[in-house]
Write a protein that binds this ligand. Structure first.
Ligand code: UD1
Ligand code: UDP
Length: 371
């Protein structure tokens, strides 16, 4: 099969690392990078570190207001896709790159596969929730990380035959990288991990673009009893500068980290504080309690399992979690598969249903061309 995979933002590079290898063992994959993330530390480093083949096509959209960025992805990907003899398009997650590419795939009459489908935070003010909803409902094949996501899709009217539960490719990668992760930590960070510390990541627009919310979150970490390691997303760095907000004492701020360094810190932290979807899951993979700095999360399974709690932007909740750290529950059920999600995705792509879809859309495209 000739597959076109779209990536554009940091979590997509992490996800494609394992999947591309599995796909390319049996199929032809063309990787398209939208250019939504472009700094070396947000993009190129992951290709090098995780040995991802460079993208054949870079759409170079860069940073733009959300609608304009999505429109540029649509415009440029449409031109690129017209040159590719694709059988299907694969998108993942909930970014503007996901949405833009998904629209183009359907306008080009190609089967669309959505990885990490069926996640819902039920917060329609979050752009990611809109992207998830839209992409799930135009996808031909929805691949979910767990059975609950599949059930959500069915409840929304998605046909059972269009859904497959595959697990989470981020878990596959985490398991592969964890054993050697600490070896490459820069000495200053390695020394820090000898004593208790917490890890913080923050980049959601709802938190960092709102001065009061950002200040309220950071105030929670004033007088933190342990160091707060804080790899700073470029969006957050820009807002901190713009708002003139200084980080509290006790912060160990750094540039965005590589993936293995993140895994090493996540697995050694006393508590992970984050508004990231990926980092919430990785804290669970690592068996480290997580405090999510959002009012709602789509990863409710980690909350139900007792490993994650919502603190919103509450200074008091954050302070409480620092002074009285959440304890690790006794059980950590396999919510994200067994580390073989990439293989299960390949199997779903090789299903009779997928062959039918490829043949059907090929027929429709041919009929339209000859009409
Ligand atoms: C995007 C995704 C979010 C995901 C996150 C992963 C959407 C709607 N949001 O959010 O779901 O969690 O990526 O990190 O797609 N910037 C740089 N250099 C870069 C990239 C970004 O400086 O390489 C700065 C720019 O000022 C840019 C801002 O970060 O305007 C935001 O980037 P953008 O991709 O729009 O959103 P993220 O917050 O990264
Ligand atoms: N990540 C990383 N370096 C960092 C911060 C995050 O490698 O400094 C990784 C993290 O381990 C996870 C992914 O990036 O695998 C999550 O991306 P992000 O938090 O940007 O986006 P989200 O998951 O919220 O969409």
């Amino acid at each position: 099969m000739k597959l076109v995979s779209i990536v554009g933002a940091r979590p997509e590079f992490v996800q494609v690392a394992v999947l591309s290898r599995a796909l390319r063992a049996r199929h032809r994959e063309t990787l398209v990078h939208t250019g939504q993330h472009y700094d070396a530390g947000m993009s190129g480093r992951f290709f090098a570190e995780l040995e991802i083949e460079p993208a054949e096509i870079d759409l170079n959209v860069g940073s733009l207001p959300a609608s304009v960025q999505t429109a540029e992805i649509v415009r440029r990907f449409s031109g690129a896709l017209a040159q590719l003899d694709a059988d299907a398009v694969i998108v993942r997650g909930d970014t503007n790159s996901t949405l833009g590419a998904a629209i183009v795939a359907k306008q080009h009459l190609l089967p669309l596969v959505h990885i990490e489908a069926g996640m819902r935070s039920y917060d329609r003010t979050a752009p990611e929730e809109i992207n998830r909803l839209a992409v799930d409902h135009i996808s031909d094949l929805c691949l979910t990380t767990d059975a609950a996501a599949a059930q959500r899709l069915r409840a929304e009217g998605v046909a059972d035959e269009a859904i497959a539960v595959c697990g989470d490719v981020m878990y596959d990668l985490f398991l592969q990288v964890l054993p050697g992760a600490a070896a490459g930590l820069p000495p200053a960070l390695a020394a820090l991990t000898e004593r208790p510390f917490v890890l913080l990541t923050l980049h959601r627009g709802e938190n960092v673009d709102d001065r009061a919310r950002l200040a309220s979150i950071l105030a929670g970490f004033e007088s933190a009893p342990v160091p707060v390691v804080f790899p700073v997303h470029p969006r957050t760095a820009a807002r901190l500068r713009e708002f003139g907000i200084a980080l509290p004492p006790g912060f160990v701020a750094c540039e965005p980290l590589g993936y293995a360094d993140m895994v090493a810190l996540e697995s050694r932290a006393r508590t992970v504080f984050t508004d990231s979807g990926g980092v919430q899951r990785e804290a669970y993979f690592a068996g480290v309690p997580c405090v999510t700095l959002r009012d709602a999360t789509e990863w409710t399974n980690t909350i139900d399992a007792g490993w994650n709690r919502l603190a919103g932007a509450s200074t008091g909740e954050i302070r409480r979690a620092l002074l009285d750290p959440p304890a690790a529950p006794a059980a950590r059920p396999a919510l994200f598969g067994d580390g073989d999600a990439a293989q299960r995705i390949v199997t779903a792509l090789e299903s009779a249903k997928m062959s039918e879809l490829v043949a059907f859309y090929r027929g429709v495209r041919a009929a339209r061309r000859s009409a």
